[in-house]
Write a protein that binds this ligand. Sequence first.
Ligand code: G3P
Length: 218
Amino acid sequence: MKFFIDTADVAEIRELAATGLVDGITTNPSLVAKTGRDFLEVVAEICDIVPGPVSAEVTATDHETMLTEGRKLAAIASNVAVKVPLTPDGLKTCKVLSDAGTEVNVTLCFSAAQALLAAKAGATYISPFVGRLDDIGIDGLELISEIVEIYDAYASIDTQVLVASVRGPLHVIEAAKMGAHVATIPPGVLKAMFNHPLTDKGLNAFLADWAKTGQSIL
Ligand code: G3P
């Protein structure tokens, strides 16, 4: 499973990229707005920090303008993946951009029917929002399972399932069990995945016993 980080916060990205565990970044207009910074500058800076795919989302809703915006975003760096919403105009734009060789991340997916359309439109990634489905009492992980099942049935579909709207480590683990290709993980959730009280307890015990030996490796 590839781990993307779901943030436009450059400081968080630098910190987590240093772990060597970050395969890409996803942003969206809300995450960019939170930074208070210029969108195009933030995307360019992120693309310099992380060599993997960096999703940057168009903000237009009509095909022609989406296409112009998408081409401008794709021109920022070779690792930009253009994000478009799962609407008729968004998928029309996805088709044109993907046919031209641009990676496209189709976002705001909430049904298997939408995911099937995105695959037909040549999406590189489909982003089902598991957390927002959970928020309204619908099992978001069930959607992941459905999409993986459908995509796996066709060798012609190479769209990657990119699990989004992740609310905690369990979303990542359960999606991984289902064979989802990517999870885009908020920084706090990734940090939480490192933690286990028995790891801390065990390490403290090892170090206390080592200290008693009076030895040093260096
Ligand atoms: O990548 C989409 C993600 O940022 C949405 O997450 O928590 O706003 O549903 P959330």
